[in-house]
Design a protein around this ligand. Structure first.
Ligand code: 6GU
Length: 248
């Protein structure tokens, strides 16, 4: 998986991509990330990337030319669907704008993105981007939740982390991602490690029993209970075929 990230703040990405699973995925060659400074594609002597909204409104908008120039330079082909340009959208990697107006990022979306061998991420900034970028350049818009961030950078890091975790071989053990919350449509139940007793609090007996079937049944029960208590909306979304309590 190769991910190109277009941003006004490339330095923001340095810490998160150099630790843990992301670092290992890059070292193993499963993931490569190229950061592209939007400023380098700015207009004129001052490399301008933003301007005031037509019609008057507070704040600044990202202009279309730097963003389009960045994507066309990265992909080395025309990508803007201008009035007189034909673009074969089918042969493009997803060109994704991170914006609170996008479709919500879910584990299903993460898996869908992970099937591509390349992604281009555009981090929105300021009060937004010129509408022609959404209409004629990007192929997808994604949000990471119903709250406002100062820009798409943190959202892009979240997306890259989530996508990397589902790349085959990224975790170093193979069942993890499947058992994570949301992969099954359920929250994970409680987990314990050593010591078996801590300040008078015991690990549940069943987990120490060595009885694999009983342990699996207990975990399913606990996951269902936790999901019912905390995220009943997830249970409603599941199909009955996924429900481990059906058919028992
Ligand atoms: Cl992708 N961008 C911004 N600016 N805010 C957000 C977001 C994205 N997702 C949730 N809030």
């Amino acid at each position: 998986m190769h991910i190109d990230i277009i941003t006004l703040f490339p330095h923001m990405f340095q810490g998160p991509f150099e630790e843990g699973i992301l670092r290992r995925a890059r070292e193993k060659g499963l993931l490569s990330i190229a950061l592209h400074d939007l400023r380098a594609f700015g207009v004129g002597k001052h490399r301008q990337v933003d301007d005031v909204p037509y019609g008057g409104a507070p704040g600044m908008l990202l202009r279309p030319e730097p963003i389009v120039a960045a994507v066309e330079s990265i992909l080395d082909r025309p990508v803007f669907r201008g009035a007189d340009t034909a673009v074969e959208v089918e042969t493009l990697p997803p060109i994704i704008l991170l914006t609170p107006q996008g479709r919500p990022l879910t584990q299903a979306v993460v898996k869908e993105l992970a099937r591509h061998d390349r992604l281009v991420l555009i981090c929105g900034r300021y009060e937004g981007v010129d509408e022609r970028v959404r209409e004629f350049l990007v192929t997808d818009e994604i949000s990471i939740g119903d709250y406002v961030l100062s820009g798409g950078e943190l959202a892009a890091m979240v997306l890259v982390d989530a996508v990397t975790r589902v790349l085959p071989g990224a975790l170093g053990y193979e069942r993890g991602a499947e058992e994570d919350s949301f992969a099954s449509g359920l929250l994970e139940g409680p987990q314990y490690t050593r010591p078996p007793e801590f300040r008078g609090r015991q690990v549940p007996d069943v987990l120490l029993s060595g009885h694999h079937e009983r342990i699996a049944a207990w975990r399913r029960d606990q996951a269902l209970k936790r999901t019912r208590e905390r995220r009943p909306d997830l249970l409603e979304k599941r199909t009955s075929s996924e429900d481990p309590s059906s058919g028992e």
